[in-house]
Design a protein around this ligand. Structure first.
Ligand SMILES: [Ca+2]
Length: 467
């Protein structure tokens, strides 16, 4: 087998439940579904910290944020750290990073390990974005960001050295806040009433106080900046809530539709150039997103909609039984070692993640972990007031400890709040509306999960919070 190529497509804040292959109730994504049909779909791929920069750093370095230092949005990536694209480059792959980087800029944080890079500064813009290249070059672009990033990816594929394998990182900005779809999708959903999620009217009773006070409600969206229009006069509270949700979700889904179109365009290009058979295509997002679930937008919390990453892997020469859905828990730090493994490249010992290549080949892995560790550090972040927490998720339960302390982390704010816990039985309560932490019937489960949390922290080298 010749060395495979890699096309790694990552969008920003694209929740799995906005992909039809994941059973979305609100949209269809035919091109992403193509990837799921021809490859495998991971039902339980989770991020280890549900915000942009930390998840990106975890993917690139194969390590948790307490190890790589990118704990919050205000902690750039030290670009002298090992990353899996660097390893691919050193092993003979041509590499390119195009689109959203969001791990800092300048000599200590610019992308490394890439033969070519052209990235958005910070969050970048949806329309007519500026893009950055090595040596401080600034490129002014005219057009819509998702189209432009795809154009650049296709262009780079065409002008690469055809004698070497390649690894292309196509990182979309969309569908990040503030949502600006392309003109094609401005009015397409105008007359549709998008159904509310099951937990849209969740009153959050029984959940931690710090969770009840996050500023992620529909009413916390800025009508002009986020929704593109002032709230119409004369609406009842419930009517305004629905107006906000419809504006929010339609703009979000318009951005998603453009991602899907452009994934299709890239897949078509691999087909027409004869590259598809020997190219691994990955689609993921840096984390999930609340699409009105629990009444919220945004991410950060360890709840399912935010924790879950879409993960689709197409690998024609390696995936056995295409169309399969894989239920094992995998995490973002596993992505790098897996892709190195698939490419036949050695995985260094410092990597904390583990290769799930055998799952692609439909082989069982006897000692694969059945729990995962999560930590969000950015206490009371200025935009959402989301609390600092860590937790453990198993195949059936989730325990979250809101330790509620900024701990001097960049971008985290005081004051410290009292420690609180949540425990969810994911089998009986998949929407996480019933916190059973204080329920005596769950005392045994609670004890086991507290021990498992501590075990994971010890194994991964993280420090528990101490009062
Ligand atoms: Ca993100």
């Amino acid at each position: 087998m010749t060395a495979p190529n890699l096309v790694f497509i990552m969008s920003d804040d694209h929740a799995a439940h906005a992909i039809s292959a994941y059973g979305s109730r609100i949209t269809t994504t035919p091109n992403l579904d193509r990837l799921a049909a021809d490859g495998v779909l991971f039902e339980n791929a989770f991020c280890t910290n549900s915000i942009c920069a930390p998840s990106r750093a975890a993917i690139l370095t194969g390590t948790y944020n307490h190890t790589n230092g990118v704990t919050t949005l205000d902690t750039p990536l030290d670009n002298s750290l090992w990353t899996f694209p660097q390893q691919l480059q050193a092993s003979g792959w041509q590499t390119a990073m195009i689109g959203k980087w969001h791990l800092g800029h300048g000599p200590g944080a610019d992308p490394t390990g890439f033969d070519h890079w052209r990235v958005l500064p910070g969050q970048g813009h949806y329309y007519n974005p500026v893009m950055l290249e090595p040596e401080g070059r600034v490129v002014e672009r005219g057009g819509y960001v998702t189209d432009l990033i795809t154009d650049d990816c296709i262009d780079w594929i065409n002008r690469r050295d055809h004698d070497q394998p390649f690894a292309l990182f196509c990182h979309h900005k969309a569908p990040h806040r503030s949502w600006e779809p392309p003109p094609k999708y401005w009015t397409v959903d105008e007359d549709r009433h998008v159904p509310w999620p099951e937990t849209f009217l969740d009153d959050l009773s029984g959940r931690a106080n710090v969770v009840q006070s996050v500023q992620m409600r529909m009413m916390d969206l800025d009508p002009i900046v986020d929704l593109g229009a002032p709230v119409p006069e004369g609406l009842s509270d419930r009517e305004e809530l629905d107006w906000r949700y419809q504006r929010y979700i339609k703009r979000y889904l318009g951005c998603v539709a453009s991602i899907d179109d452009n994934v299709g365009r890239l897949l078509d290009h691999l087909d027409t150039t004869g590259l598809a058979d020997n190219t691994i295509v990955v689609y993921t997002s840096d984390q999930g997103f609340f699409l009105g679930d629990h009444g919220w937008f945004d991410k950060r919390l360890m709840y399912e909609e935010s924790l879950r990453m879409p993960l689709l892997v197409r690998w024609p020469e390696g995936v056995v039984e295409p169309g399969r859905r894989i239920g094992e828990i995998v995490v973002n730090v596993d992505f790098g070692p897996t892709l190195l493994d698939v490419c036949g490249v050695q995985i260094p010992d410092e990597v904390q993640g583990r290769s799930f290549k055998p799952m692609l080949e439909n082989k069982s892995v006897d000692d694969w972990p059945t729990s995962m560790y999560y930590r969000y550090w950015m206490h009371r972040d200025s935009a959402h007031l989301c609390p600092a927490h860590y937790g453990v998720r198993t195949e059936t339960h989730k325990l979250i400890c809101y330790y509620n302390d900024p701990m001097g982390q960049p971008g985290a704010n005081g004051p410290t709040d009292p420690i609180e816990y949540e425990l969810f039985d994911l089998v009986a309560d998949r929407f996480e509306v019933n916190n059973v932490f204080a329920d005596p019937a769950y005392d045994d489960v609670k004890g086991e999960l507290l021990l498992e949390l501590r075990r994971l922290q010890t194994e991964l080298g993280d420090e528990p919070w101490l009062s």
